[in-house]
Design a protein around this ligand. Structure first.
Ligand code: MG
Length: 287
């Protein structure tokens, strides 16, 4: 099932999207629950039995929001997690800690308030950074929480998958050692267009692509992950309880702007599209 959060006729709703992505039908949720977006479904065990209400409407007639418009806490993110991407960045951000790469994933977070919708503008923070970059990523949405989740059990904890663009200010990322500031500017986490539940998508082997102004820059498969999805869930839940609705962005394939020679950063007016087979696409203008 595809689950979207959207605004229609001035109201926030959560709905089931048709297989072709063309129509959406609201679930019967009161306004308080709908305000949480798809989180309101993820947090209830019986969401599958929740009735739909009203007519299907065209997804073109609604404003799609991030499926979880404001996650309850920071978005977990994984750095340098595709083999080809690790190669392109070897001599830049990571020149001092290459030795640690094989043993453990790099994990950082983005603050929940930087999440925006699949077609919203991303704001360039003027005067603070000159090096805005895109990162096309598959994101895992946790369904059943837990602590010390074992790799072999991890897939059972996944509610579904969505797309994020892990927008990054490279200069800020590098100057602070910790990445959170350079990753968490307002609007720096476009997400959507909906969640595809885990029974409908094999997130461990799907294609992730990214375009800038129509030019294909990134084209990878999640089967190329250095640390696979079960390992990421095992890692993030080591001694830390994961909750329903937690989001783990799994890293980006090769082809980011910083990896180009010379590097090419985003400027006002640029449009970045991220598409993942089996989910759909998000497309955001940078202003
Ligand atoms: Mg990333």
């Amino acid at each position: 099932m595809r689950i979207a959060t959207y605004e229609h006729q001035g109201q926030r709703r959560v709905g089931q999207v048709s297989a072709d992505g063309g129509q959406v039908t609201a679930f019967a949720l009161d306004a308080n629950r709908a305000h949480l977006g798809a989180l309101s479904l993820i947090e209830r065990g019986d969401w599958n039995a929740l009735p739909l209400q009203g007519q299907a409407v065209s997804t073109g007639q609604v404003k799609l929001l991030a499926p979880i418009p404001q996650p309850r806490r920071n978005v977990f993110c994984v750095g340098r997690n595709y083999h080809e991407h690790a190669k392109e960045l070897r001599d830049s951000v990571f020149k001092n800690n290459n030795a640690n790469v094989a043993a453990w994933p790099i994990v950082f977070t983005k603050v929940p308030e930087c999440v925006v919708g699949p077609n919203d503008d991303v704001h360039l923070p003027g005067g603070i950074t000159e090096q805005i970059d895109y990162e096309s990523e598959l994101a895992v949405v946790i369904g059943t929480g837990g602590k010390n989740i074992r790799k072999e059990d991890a897939l059972k904890h996944i509610f579904g998958y969505t797309i994020v663009n892990d927008v990054t200010a490279r200069d800020v990322q590098m100057r602070h050692q910790q990445w959170d500031l350079g990753k968490s500017f307002d609007t720096f986490c476009p997400m959507g267009p909906w969640i595809v539940t885990a029974d409908e998508l094999d997130g461990t082997n799907t294609r992730v692509r990214g375009w800038v102004n129509g030019q294909l820059r990134q084209d990878g498969r999640t089967s190329d992950l250095i640390f696979d999805i079960p390992t990421l869930i095992e890692t993030c839940s080591r001694g830390i309880t994961l909750y329903p609705g937690d989001v783990i962005a799994t890293g980006t394939p090769a082809g980011v702007g910083m990896g180009l020679d010379p590097p090419q950063y985003l400027k006002s007016g640029d449009v970045v599209r991220v598409q993942i087979d089996g989910i759909g696409a998000i497309e955001n203008r940078f202003v």
